[in-house]
Each structure stands twice: as structure tokens, then as C-alpha cells.
Design a protein around this ligand. Structure first.
Ligand code: AMP
Length: 265
């Protein structure tokens, strides 16, 4: 993609099935640039063999209209064959940061993410790219990769956009049954409770974790806790005492959807 002369290119990579969370990223990209490119690509290499690659919602027409109404200037929606032509064999691996949290339950996921994002950066050549804090580990991995490989892209983190009841917006929320949807609010409820605990002076991770588990088990009995971690927001290493820039991150598996959420305290 040729650089617009003298214009700053902002970039928002997505997998489509766009919602207000994605649109907030597009609007933020607009603030940081003159020309916004949105990619819509359900990236096969970041899905595990038993994950939802095939049934991941795809609706390019609707997504295109949403992109346009949010200030995007160009949509890049390649086919898997364009991104991974026959013989493709080069991957980007970010070590360390990708071991825990989502990386532990989704082996290979971040290798797929880092690979496709580096390819998209090379194709789009953006000056700035926006990623949601919703995927906190992904944001940390992209920041690391961009710094480590000297990629000339400014990485911008965007706050989590939530439903009115607090559930973090996600393309996968549509997989939830009515009952599961009602219980899914437990994720943000638990995180808010944890923040209140920290504010009231309870800062030992062990204690806060126990309380988080109690809330999740009580309000979301249909969900199974996949992980619940209290880590440093940059290194993603566990912390014993919650301080500034501590990330509380969790994933809960419902029968049809695995949901993630987090909060920085
Ligand atoms: P996805 O299409 O799910 O791969 O997400 C594309 C981008 O949108 C990623 O940077 C996500 O972190 C971001 N995103 C997804 N959901 C939200 C949300 N509820 N709030 C803010 N950003 C989000």
C-alpha cells in the first residue's frame, strides 16, 4: 500500500464481526492519523484446531458500513491465500510474554497473532496502530514485538468498551445462551469488586484472587475459570502485592464461548 504523501496512516487490525469496541478503535485511530486503514481478516493461524475458526462470524457488508460510519478510509480484507500463499513458512514468535494467561490455554495463538500483525504492518505501512486493552496480553505482545523488531509503528492501547451491564463487548458474546449471557456479567462484576478491595487496602494477590473466585463461582456457575492472574501489566509476571500498573486478568469458559476480561488497578 503506497504511503499517502505527508499523511499519517492509522491502522486497526480486526477479525470483523465489528461492534462498538472495534469502532472506538477506529475513532481513536482517526484522532492519531489522517487516513485510517481497517483490516478484516479471520486469521487461521491464531486459532487452535478445536477452536471456532470455521464458525467465526463473517459479514463483510455490514462491517464495511460500520467502518465507513466510524471514519475509516480503507478496508483491507484479504483472503487466507493472499496472506498465506502456498509454501508459506516464516513465523514470528514472541517469547516469555506468551507463556501464561491466554497463551497457556491457546498454544500457538500468539505466534499466529504476531505473524499476521507483522505481515499486516508490512503491507499497510502504518504510522500508528490501535489495539484494544480488552486483549491485554495481545497488546503487551505487540508492544514487545514492535520494540524488538524495530518496527516503525506507534502502538496505541484503547480502553475496553462494555455493554451497559458491564460485560466487555466481544464478537463471541453472541455464542452465549440467554442464561450464560446473564451470568457473563460476573466477569466484570468480579473485577470491579477486586478493584474496590484494592482501594480499601487489601493488596495481597492471594486474598484478592480468593475473593474473585468466590464472586465468579457464585454468579457464573455455568462458567469454568480458565485462568485468573494478577500480573505486572508490562512483563505479565505474577505479583504478590498489587501495585500501580498491576493487571488483573481472567478467562472463563462457558459451554459455547470462552470470555476474557481484565482491569488495570
Ligand atoms: P478482534 O476482531 O476480536 O481480533 O479484535 C480486534 C481489535 O479490537 C483488538 O485490538 C481487540 O483488542 C479490540 N477489541 C475487541 N473488543 C473490544 C472491546 N470490547 N473494547 C475495546 N477493544 C476491543
Amino acid at each position: 500500500m503506497r504511503k499517502k504523501r505527508g499523511k499519517r496512516i492509522g491502522f486497526v487490525p480486526t477479525m470483523g464481526a465489528l461492534h462498538q469496541g472495534h469502532l472506538s478503535l477506529i475513532r481513536l485511530a482517526r484522532k492519531h492519523s489522517d487516513f485510517v486503514v481497517v483490516s478484516i481478516f479471520v486469521n487461521p493461524t491464531q486459532f487452535g484446531p478445536k477452536e471456532d475458526f470455521k464458525k467465526y462470524p463473517r459479514n463483510l457488508k455490514k462491517d464495511a458500513a460500520l467502518c465507513q460510519s466510524s471514519g475509516a478510509n480503507l478496508i483491507f480484507a484479504p483472503s487466507p491465500e493472499e496472506i498465506y500463499p502456498k509454501g508459506f513458512s516464516t513465523y514470528v514468535t514472541v517469547e516469555g510474554l506468551t507463556q501464561g494467561l491466554c497463551g497457556a490455554s491457546r498454544p500457538g495463538h500468539f505466534k499466529g497473532v504476531a505473524t499476521v500483525v507483522s505481515k499486516l504492518f508490512n503491507i499497510v505501512q502504518p504510522d500508528a496502530a490501535v489495539f484494544g486493552q480488552k486483549d491485554a496480553q495481545q497488546l503487551a505482545v505487540i508492544r514487545r514485538m514492535t520494540a524488538d523488531l524495530d518496527l516503525p509503528v506507534k502502538i496505541i492501547g484503547a480502553p475496553i468498551v462494555r455493554e451497559p451491564d458491564g460485560l466487555a463487548m466481544s464478537s463471541r458474546n453472541r455464542y452465549l445462551s440467554l442464561e450464560e449471557r446473564q451470568q457473563a456479567v460476573a466477569l466484570s462484576r468480579a473485577l470491579n469488586m477486586a478493584q474496590r478491595l484494592v482501594k480499601s487496602g487489601k493488596r495481597e494477590s492471594g486474598i484478592v484472587k480468593r475473593e474473585l473466585i468466590k464472586v465468579l463461582k457464585h454468579y457464573a456457575p455455568l462458567g469454568k475459570i480458565d485462568y485468573l492472574e494478577i500480573v505486572d501489566n508490562a512483563t505479565l509476571k505474577p505479583v504478590k502485592v498489587i501495585q500501580k500498573n498491576t493487571l488483573l486478568a481472567l478467562a472463563v469458559k462457558f459451554p459455547r464461548a470462552r470470555l476474557i476480561d481484565n482491569i488495570i488497578v
